[in-house]
Unconditional design. Structure first.
Length: 357
């Protein structure tokens, strides 16, 4: 693993790690090094950088923290940071005009927020969710609102994820459905196993049988939605059930944005899906950084055969942690969720995974 800082390439670190996730906006990294006595510290903090894994860039961002420790024998530094989307994640909004236009999309909404902050970030739409409804969706940011929390509410309304890519762009993502080369294997007695360690967790404490979303529409609905009475505008709501969970467990959520009855049902299903995905987690640590010819990637479906855990099924990679240190070498820890997680807004025919090399 190498770090490129302002165009200069640094290597020979004693430890390094870089974590990429599908279900969070910003990815992070850290590098440890031992500096020869008398050599000046090469990093001040704030520098632009790229993280390269096996020669391929996986993260573009900034050094945010530089920590130094030394004694009579060692002079060690640790540098860490996040990708470029961290600025969007951390920032709060100022005075931003209401955002409403015919055919308003999540992409144009995020771009408007980014422009208001003066950030140089692109938005890549890999999910293409349907546009918002002018009668229902008046985006009204308030001064002091967290920028990411504001746009994430609209992402939940369209059942998509906001993540980032190797360039540090904002990515509107869904389950790619792409079956990738490479597999996780721990077969008892086999000579070609690649699992060094694995964990499995099935946790239903965050799941419920009944999910109910309560909301109301904005007054603009009375002007744009035809014959709609005030009571209907004020009282919107719907829900869903998770039949795998015992009755009596109920979660009621006050919607983050204005939701119609139909949108409340979709938001409830998304909440149930997210909680189901996070409650069933399998992770494995494998040697090296590649699954065949390609680096391990998030949002890919890999085959899992693990006799010790008792799992034989394809699963979706939700996180990839590349690590290096002088003692254990180069390893990758991949976190998986169910292969159909994050697919709610797709038509049934689109939910079938496709094979792509």
């Amino acid at each position: 693993m190498k770090l490129e800082v302002n165009g200069s390439l640094y290597e020979n670190f004693t430890k390094a790690r870089c974590e990429l996730r599908l279900d969070t906006l910003s990815s992070g990294f850290s590098f440890d090094a031992v500096m020869p006595e008398g050599q000046p510290l090469p990093f001040k903090g704030g520098e632009s950088c790229r993280v390269l894994v096996d020669g391929e860039p996986v993260l573009t961002g900034f050094i945010e923290v530089v920590s130094v420790s030394y004694d009579s024998e060692d002079h060690a530094i640790t540098i860490s940071g996040r990708d470029r989307t961290a600025d969007l994640l951390d920032s709060t909004l100022g005075n931003v005009d209401d955002i409403r236009a015919d055919g308003l999309t999540l992409k144009t909404l995020i771009e408007a927020v980014i422009a208001s902050l003066g950030l140089d970030l692109a938005v890549v739409d890999e999910a293409n969710p349907e546009p918002y409804n002018a009668a229902e969706d008046l985006a009204t940011p308030e001064p002091g609102d967290k920028a990411f929390a504001f746009i994430e509410g609209y992402a939940r309304k369209r059942q998509v994820l906001l993540t980032s890519n190797a360039n540090g762009d904002v990515v509107i993502a869904k389950n790619s459905g792409i079956r990738a080369d490479g597999a996780i294997q721990h077969v008892i007695g086999a000579a070609d196993n690649n699992v060094m360690a694995s964990t499995y967790s099935y946790d239903i404490t965050g799941r419920f049988n009944a999910y109910k979303i309560a909301s109301s529409l904005t007054p603009v609905t009375l002007n744009l939605a035809g014959d709609t009475d005030l009571a209907s505008v004020a009282n919107q709501g719907d829900g869903t059930t998770d039949s795998e969970i015992r009755k009596g467990r109920q979660l009621v959520i006050i919607a983050e944005k204005s939701f119609s009855d139909g949108s409340c049902e979709a938001r409830a299903k998304w909440e149930a899906d997210i909680r189901r995905a996070r409650g069933l987690i399998y992770s494995a640590t494998v040697p090296g950084f590649r699954a065949g010819a390609a680096l391990w990637r998030v949002n890919r479906i890999y085959s899992i055969v693990d006799d010790f855990i008792g799992k034989v099924e394809p699963m979706l990679s939700n996180s990839v942690l590349f690590t290096f240190d002088n003692e254990s070498g180069r390893n990758t820890e991949i976190g998986f969720v169910g292969k159909n997680a994050y697919t709610l807004f797709l038509a049934p025919a689109e939910q079938e995974a496709t094979s792509v090399s």
